[in-house]
Design a protein. Structure first.
Length: 96
């Protein structure tokens, strides 16, 4: 069985910018420490309060539940960067 690795959970008002920071390794902290560069899941919310509340709940979830959430939408945990940004010209429809 393939190792599931490390997950980063966070909220941002600029997903494109944040993912680019992670990919370019210009964002210090947890993701930089662990070398996290791929976007494997995201969810778009209508307002910041809903996003923050979901993030707080998600951070309390068990690790296997978090991986289950990712793997239901992206079973191979492929990098969604191309699909989410480049092929759509930066438009987010948003899985999840």
């Amino acid at each position: 069985m393939r190792s599931r690795g490390v997950l980063y959970v966070g909220v941002t008002s600029d997903l494109l910018g944040r993912v680019q920071q992670h990919r370019d390794r210009t964002y210090s902290g947890f993701s930089s420490q662990w070398g996290l560069r791929r976007l494997v899941w995201y969810q778009v919310f209508d307002d910041a309060e809903s996003a923050i509340n979901f993030e707080k709940r998600l951070k309390r979830w068990r690790r296997d539940w978090k991986f289950g959430l990712v793997e239901r939408m992206n079973p191979e945990r492929e990098d969604l960067w191309e699909a989410a940004f480049k092929s759509e010209g930066g438009a987010l429809g948003g899985p999840g």
